[in-house]
Write a protein that binds this ligand. Structure first.
Ligand code: NG6
Ligand code: CA
Length: 514
């Protein structure tokens, strides 16, 4: 919970004899953890999961060197609740205010909370977050000091270092915030941000489509930055605005720099590397444009894969390869048209972002939360494929077990220790995972069966063309022989649905906070 001012100064300690042996031993017990967390990458988007249309070779290499999980779920089918759940070990539906956050939202995880980053810090790690944040900043919504020190920020919930976009690339403010301060602002041109109304005289996507390079298909018609209209209004701060085409390069450069500072250090690290790829607006660097044959969405996948390759080769170059656990996963399932006319639908071809799964981002069907997941720890993990039912919420308790940290009571209430199953295909996974869609309706699976109780809300998100799994009927699917959730067995197998309903009630208890 405190900021390290030493981050960019390599800590060169000269250790002699037994102190050196001790330090090395310590390192073996405390491997570095690099979590590469993609945005909106679906199970089928990565060629290691069977997709043939778009190749992601660097991810494939990672997969071949570690465990490829086929049944890992993120906490929810959209970013903010999913990240909240992963970092706190608490399902987001227990906590009000954890829906998709605006760009001027206050910090959703407040400083008194003990997060997975705090846990790593307690174990002696240096911690960092680089990339997409989307969990709010500052203490009051709409009242952040964007031109000064924004507090609280990730350093107050366990991250020694942060280089982040406040929310998402399609939400203002479109500038990088490093350790609580926007980068590159000029005092002559302060930035203003509003989610209520436009600033007089400022163009918008709605009124000035002639100024756009990338046009919205739904929403995203407010302030224009870099020829793309966004969600929310901003004015000024011209020297700080990012160029979307450079976002991935910037994230990866900062990640590599973070790793470089750790090469000589005896202190292990936890780096949460959250990419913007492949969230909208998909505007990858010029060198990827046209390379996938599937338009900007496919090109953004290549950009993501390139970034994975860069950090993996940095690990190797820096001698961090053997002692770093690398995890690669995604914050929610895939979406094709998520609000910009980028031809993603038209150019999809044979590519299947969700693989065989039904639904996608926003949905309670499998594709909403069943995301890609790879875990690689060279010389420690025997490569293979694990079909265990697993949850991202469990990284918290599993690493706490590995590091022998006793977390305070009531912390990470939904996180289970499955360290053995993360590191070994023979380990045992979860009994149940609860899923959450964008309407905050829940589902439950035990890996074999999936039960989605009747709930309000549209069956389909018409804008994105995603089946959301909301229905006035209860739904029950047998995933082991109907992985695409096509045949509702509820009427035939009521007794199984009832058992799952009881489990859901037991898990939710009286703590449904939404
Ligand atoms: C939606 C946005 C979508 C995306 C999503 C959050 C509109 C019409 N749609 O509200 O484009 O930004 O929020 O995505 O504004 S997430 O992956 O960060 O959860
Ligand atoms: Ca997302």
């Amino acid at each position: 919970m405190k900021t390290s001012s030493l981050l960019w100064i390599p800590v060169l300690t000269s250790l002699t004899g037994s102190a050196c042996v001790e330090a090395k031993k310590e390192k073996v017990q405390k491997p570095n953890v690099l979590l590469i967390y993609a945005d909106d990458i679906g199970y089928g988007d990565l060629s290691c999961n069977g997709g043939q249309a778009i190749k992601t070779p660097n991810v494939e290499k990672l997969a071949s060197e570690g465990i490829r999980f086929t049944n890992v779920h993120c906490g929810a089918a959209t970013s903010t609740p999913s990240r909240y759940a992963m970092l706190t070990g608490e399902y987001a539906w227990r906590k009000k205010g954890t829906g998709i956050a605006a760009g001027d939202a206050a910090m959703i995880i407040t400083p008194e909370r003990y997060t997975i980053a705090d846990m790593f810090k307690e174990a002696g790690y240096e911690t960092g977050v680089i990339g997409k944040w989307h969990l709010g900043l500052g203490s009051k919504t709409g009242k952040q000091d964007w031109n000064g020190f924004i507090t609280p920020n990730p350093s107050d919930i366990g991250f020694d270092y942060s280089y982040i976009m406040a929310a998402t690339a399609d939400r203002v403010p479109c500038m990088w915030v490093e350790n609580g301060r926007a980068i590159g602002l000029s005092p002559d041109d302060p930035v203003s941000v509003s989610y209520k109304k436009n600033f007089p005289g400022e163009p918008t996507g709605k009124d000035n489509p002639e100024l756009l390079r990338v046009h919205p298909s739904h929403g995203h018609n407010m302030s224009i930055v870099n020829g793309i209209s966004r969600i929310g209004y901003m004015k000024g701060g011209k020297s700080a605005l990012w160029r979307d085409q450079d976002i991935q390069d910037s994230i990866i450069a900062h990640a590599v720099r973070f790793l470089e500072t750790k090469a000589e250090s005896e202190q292990p690290f936890f780096l949460y590397l959250a990419t913007n790829d492949i969230h909208v607006p998909r505007d990858p660097h010029e060198r990827f444009v046209g390379k996938s044959g599937h338009g900007p969405r496919g090109d953004a996948l290549l950009s993501f894969d390139w970034g994975v390759g860069e950090v993996m080769s940095a690990l190797q170059r820096l001698g961090l390869d053997e002692n770093t656990i690398v995890i690669l996963s995604s914050d929610n399932g895939p979406v094709v048209d998520d609000g910009y006319k980028d031809n993603a639908v038209e150019l999809l071809g044979e590519h299947k972002p969700a693989g065989v799964y039904r639904g996608g981002k926003y949905s309670n069907y499998e594709a909403g939360t069943r995301v890609p997941c790879l875990v690689r720890w060279k010389s420690h993990i025997v490569p293979g494929v694990s079909d265990n039912l697993m949850s991202q919420l469990d990284w918290f308790s599993s690493f706490a077990d590995m590091l022998k940290v006793t977390v305070p009571v009531n912390v990470a209430p939904d996180s289970e220790n499955h360290l053995d199953a993360w590191l070994d295909v023979a380990g045992k996974g979860r009994s149940f995972v609860v899923t959450q869609n964008v309407q905050n309706n829940l589902g439950i699976t035990d890996g074999e069966w999936k039960y989605i109780p009747a709930g309000d809300g549209p069956a389909i998100n018409k804008q994105t063309n995603t089946e959301l799994a909301n229905s006035q009927e209860n739904q029950l699917y047998r995933l082991t022989d109907d992985v695409s959730e096509q045949t509702n067995l509820y009427e035939e197998k009521k007794e199984i649905a009832e058992k799952l309903e009881q489990e859901l009630v037991r898990i939710v208890g009286d703590k449904y906070g939404l």
